[in-house]
Design a protein around this ligand. Sequence first.
Ligand code: COA
Length: 326
Amino acid sequence: MYKARIIGTGSSAPSKVLTNKDLENMVDTSDEWIVTRTGIKQRHIAENGEPTSKFAYQASVKALEMAGVSPDQLDMIIVGSVTPDMATPSVGCIVQHQLKATQAAAFDISAGCTGFIYALSIANSYIKSGMCQKILVIGAETLSKITDYQDRTTCIIFADGAGAAVLSKEEGDRGILSTHLYSDGAYGKLLYMPGGGSALPATYKTIDDREHYLKMDGNKVFKIAIKSLEEAALTALSHNNITEGTVDLLIPHQANSRIIDAIAKRLKLPPEKVFSNIDTYGNTSAASVPIALDEANRQKKLKENHLILLDAFGAGFTWGSALLRW
Ligand code: COA
């Protein structure tokens, strides 16, 4: 028997930090409001000239190093991102070239903040089918490039960074136990960027109208996020005949500390069984779960045979979960 197992993780974030105090000077907000309503104290923001691939590459190098895998052993690179360097080539191909992963197929998938779990699920299927042995899965974003720093409802939340995991075909029963993916495009316009695609290509007017920035109805997103995260998490548990209390660590999408607390409560998990780093990273979309996974891993919070539950929700809407035996 074999499974797809994560054998190395890595993460990276821009060195520039944007604090709540900094935001107080940019929009009508306060440190107190942001901390109370979101749990975020600071976030990392890319400088001009720092594209998503920079952080994806740095996270990948660390993950490969931990895994003891050389780039030419990779069969595939999958990147979850809604902020690629450009429409084409993909971040996957840029990173493939930088790593010199000469044997790897490479591509991006767009699944909002659920991007990493979608990518992990695809990688798991390729390994379980026997078609691939080693796959690099990345979640990478520079949301600051599509965030409107005149809009206080979004600019306090979104941030930049990348996380990566090396997935390997391994003997035994440790590895990915299941993944569950969902979508509902009916909610697309509750969190979207109107301009810059084929529907509304860039013109002077779209720029003047600030169409190249994320628009969000935060309150509606908030409520649906809790319901969806709960659905994905509970399905993962029931599919594996596991009760809530058996989970050793929940690593949820870092969207809002109140959302994380609500999910933990619904899953009856005490705070020590829930990983959160939203205070220092903010919401890095597809990068949020793999950055948290890497931090938990490097802090030695993931022990052999631990049951780790990944749970995410994002634009699309998309949502999903992955249950791992570490
Ligand atoms: N600073 C100060 N006040 C703010 C503010 C800010 N940055 N942003 C909004 N407000 C105000 C609103 O204008 C509103 O004022 P009003 O009552 O006078 O109209 C009030 O605060 C409450 O706004 P509301 O939108 O109801 O707040 P909220 O409790 O829902 O928190 C979010 C807003 C965005 C933090 C929250 O809705 C959220 O986190 N949503 C989910 C976002 C998310 O996860 N997105 C990504 C999905 S992957």
